[in-house]
Design a binder for this molecule. Structure first.
Ligand code: XMP
Length: 319
């Protein structure tokens, strides 16, 4: 009968068969999907794999250090830490349309990979942690007409000009299965249990124009929200939780003074696979305490709202 152990062995056999003695580069995002893909491929082909971790300037607080430490130092994987913040934030400057932003990020990812693939010297394959829901959601929605809701930068194949073939060992799996596979591969519980984080990162949680100032505020507010969720023991009950910074300043009062700062929205949902989702029913106490902490601890935010939209009709991310 079917077990994750058997699935793993079969996946490793297929990777070896596909790749042979060629080199592979893998885009590591810090999320569970690309991490499981990397560890699986590393187990299959060892040092034929080089991971490329792109810091696009759209990561959460402390994330780059965490990922580099874990994979380079703990797993001993060849890892290129590509600091491309100026490139991405430069090209995103002045852009506010969601699809335009996604397309810019997707295109730059490909450029950056191409550059680093060349550094690795003759890589022939690009590995990605594409899941089954990514595959179907980019093609159609709810069985309806074929329409793109959001362009996922990790789906749809790469341009011919890149000259790399795709290795996508998670393409048949749902999120819970990827987590089970990660455990089977010995990834720590705490890592496997991390909430999903999208490739375009904080860009899709920053509707409107992306500025370094807004990203800095967003990182701080997000860290407070996640800290609150952990302190209240809710992290594992929630599929995904984050803050979105809204493209609007509102008037507030702090002490004797007037403030004119950004509003933010808390987003937290339960889900099985990310394809449908319900907003998480926090207590009013939790929400009030979190709003107070964010406004007190994060300079630049003076108003906190809670997003109570389910998916559908909303999506989980704001863009
Ligand atoms: P939405 O916002 O479409 O998100 O309801 C569903 C799930 O997908 C994640 N997401 C992405 N993941 N690349 C990714 O790797 C992307 O471009 C992307 N867009 C959304 C989102 O975080 C949620 O878990």
């Amino acid at each position: 009968d079917w077990t994750m152990g058997a699935y793993k062995d079969e996946a490793i056999r297929k990777i070896r068969e596909q790749v042979g003695d060629k080199k592979v580069i893998c885009g590591l995002s810090g999320g569970v999907d690309s991490s499981v893909a990397a560890v699986l491929i590393h187990e299959a082909i060892g040092d034929q794999l080089t991971c490329v971790f792109v810091d696009h300037g759209l990561l959460r607080q402390g994330e780059a250090e965490e990922v580099v430490t874990m994979f380079r130092d703990h797993y001993n994987m060849p890892l290129i830490h590509a600091d491309e913040q100026d490139l991405f934030l430069g090209e995103l400057d002045g852009q506010f349309d969601p699809e335009t932003k996604r397309k810019i990020i997707g295109r730059l990812f490909i450029d950056v990979f191409q550059k680093h693939a060349a550094e690795v010297g003759g890589a022939k394959f690009l590995a990605q942690g594409t899941l089954y829901p990514d595959v179907i959601e980019s093609v159609s929605f709810s069985g309806g007409p074929s329409v793109t809701i959001k362009s996922h930068h990790n789906v749809g194949g790469l341009p011919e000009k890149m000259g790399l073939k795709l290795v996508e060992p998670l393409r048949e799996l749902f999120k819970d299965e990827v987590r089970a596979l990660g455990l089977e591969l010995g990834l720590p519980d705490s890592f496997i249990g991390r909430h999903p984080f999208p490739g375009p990162g904080l860009a899709i949680r920053c509707p409107g124009e992306i500025t370094r100032e807004k990203l800095e505020i967003l990182r701080k507010a997000d860290a407070v929200f996640i800290d609150q969720i952990r302190k209240h023991g809710l992290y594992d009950e929630i599929w995904q939780a984050f803050v979105a910074i809204l493209p609007v300043r509102t008037v507030g009062v702090m002490g004797d003074g007037r403030t004119y700062d950004f509003a933010c929205a808390l987003r937290a949902v339960t889900s099985v696979d990310g394809m449908t989702a319900d907003y998480y029913p926090f207590s009013h106490e939790f929400l009030g305490e979190t709003a107070t902490r964010i406004i007190n601890e994060v300079q630049g935010i003076n108003r906190v709202t809670y997003d109570i939209t389910s998916k559908p009709p909303g999506t989980i991310e704001w863009e």
